[in-house]
Design a binder for this molecule. Structure first.
Ligand code: AMP
Length: 445
């Protein structure tokens, strides 16, 4: 199969040739004809398998071939993304695909001055990539109109539909024309989101090119158990032992990111961090420098978990496990992209056993443990498996007092090592189904 047989027009084929894309990926093979035919879509495909081109190519073709010329302050197609960095990246891909087409494309996001964005929108934009907050600001300031809008794309759709964005999305929805094409793309869709998404679409085609919620099979995954307070020390030890060159590290909190960066920089290691408290220019610069291999270790919150495409990134480290199991799939999907291989290592402490169990259950795999001598935890991480069980080994019976005689001997309840102790139900963090117009704003990562 070729891009030509999918029905793409010659100006797009020329761009793809220049980019070195020879064969459509499975998600592209299914999505391109469906979008060209005007269908609504819910498309799930593993991280790094070309979803962006899957929606952008047919969208650009529809914009070039159909519909009226864009008028002042209008937009004909809108791609919503969860982070500013992703807005930049998706727009860059769109710009490259659209190189030979007479279309205006642009990206708007927060954290930077709104005035240049308002100026640019004056003459209208065929395809706009946006984060929801800034899009609404622009709309409320009459810099944007949606009366010409023909297609809406939610990239990282499950993230866009969860509670954190629900209020903004509900307000955007109110402003959009009811009659339009809607496309949802993500690597993960929880059942709740699937249900909600289904209600938003008109006779949707569901595309699933891999089993549900699986991590990219190009990524080798393993965990190291360790006591919480020794994680920084273990990280540095593994880094030196493995001679790590370029690593994306995920920490749970903004403070956690800053603390690890400070520690690494204090050791003379070339590290930088990104999180939601940093100015946008600093965030983008850190990411650009990391992509250019000018920074060796980039420590980030989940702001970097979604969609970012870092060419040939060899390694992702989860310094902390994510609170939401789906984010694990997205985090480790920053490596092993576009057919290359990668590695993902998670440092897991006893407090995180339920998070580990939820990840194993979601991804239907038991993560291999490869413990590090000298870092064996004092607080053991109970065994887990893909069934969601946390297997607590019973305590060894106390030794009888040496004095012997009168004291009662407590033999405890011994279980052979081959036997499985009664399982404790694991706690799976659940994403709430959004209730539009209500609910608190989730903290930005
Ligand atoms: P995405 O999942 O959209 O972020 O794409 C992952 C990476 O694969 C990006 O670097 C794309 O440029 C690249 N890519 C997408 N489609 C193809 C294709 N058909 N052939 C070669 N590379 C591709």
């Amino acid at each position: 199969m070729t891009f030509a047989t999918l029905g793409l027009i010659e100006p797009l084929l020329r761009s793809l040739e220049k980019l070195g894309y020879q064969t459509p990926t499975p998600v592209q093979a299914q999505a391109v004809p469906a979008v060209l035919a005007g269908r609504d879509l819910m498309a799930a495909a593993q991280t790094g398998t070309g979803k962006t081109a899957g929606f952008a190519l047919p969208l650009l073709q529809l914009l070039a071939m159909e519909g009226p010329k864009v008028t002042a302050n209008s937009v004909r197609a809108l791609i919503l993304v969860p982070t500013r960095e992703l807005a930049e990246q998706v727009h860059e891909a769109v710009r490259q695909y659209a190189e030979n087409l007479p279309l205006r494309t642009y990206a708007v996001y927060g954290g930077v001055s709104i005035n240049p964005q308002m100026m640019k929108l004056r003459s209208g934009v065929d395809l706009l990539v946006a984060t929801p907050g800034r899009l609404l600001d622009l709309f409320r300031q009459n810099a944007l109109k949606f009366n010409q809008l023909q297609t809406l794309v939610l990239d990282e759709a499950d993230r866009m539909l969860d509670l954190g964005f629900s209020e903004e999305l509900a307000n955007i929805y109110k402003a959009l024309p009811k009659k339009r094409q809607t496309l949802l793309f993500s690597a993960t869709f929880s059942d709740d989101i699937r249900l909600l998404a289904g209600q938003m679409l008109n006779d949707p085609l569901s595309i699933e090119v891999s089993p549900r919620n699986v991590a990219a099979n190009t990524v080798k995954q393993w965990i190291v158990t360790v006591d919480k307070k020794r994680k920084p020390e273990l990280f540095v030890h593994l880094m030196r032992k493995g001679k790590w060159k370029q690593v994306l590290v995920f920490a749970k909190t903004r403070n956690g990111v800053d603390a690890l960066v400070e520690k690494l920089q204090g050791l003379g290691i070339n590290a930088d961090g990104i999180h939601g408290d940093k100015p946008q220019a600093t965030r983008q610069r850190a990411l650009d420098r990391f992509k250019a291999s000018e920074v060796q270790i980039l420590v980030a919150t989940d702001v970097a978990a979604r969609g970012l495409d870092i060419e040939d990134l060899p390694l992702v480290v989860n310094f902390d496990l994510p609170i939401v199991a789906e984010d694990y799939i997205h985090r480790i999907g920053r490596t092993g992209r576009a057919g290359s291989t990668g590695e993902a290592i998670s440092l897991v402490c006893a407090d995180e056993v339920n998070l580990l169990s939820a990840i194993e259950m979601l991804t239907r795999q038991t993560l291999k443990r490869q413990n590090e001598p000298d870092f064996e935890p004092e607080h053991r991480v109970p065994d887990t498996d893909a069934s969601g069980q946390v297997i607590k080994k019973p305590k060894k019976p106390k030794k009888p007092k040496a004095s012997g005689g009168g004291g009662k001997r407590n033999l405890g309840k011994w279980v052979d090592s081959g036997e499985v102790a009664p399982a404790e139900p694991s706690i799976k963090p659940v994403r709430k189904v959004p209730v539009f117009n209500t609910g608190p704003r989730k903290r930005k990562p």
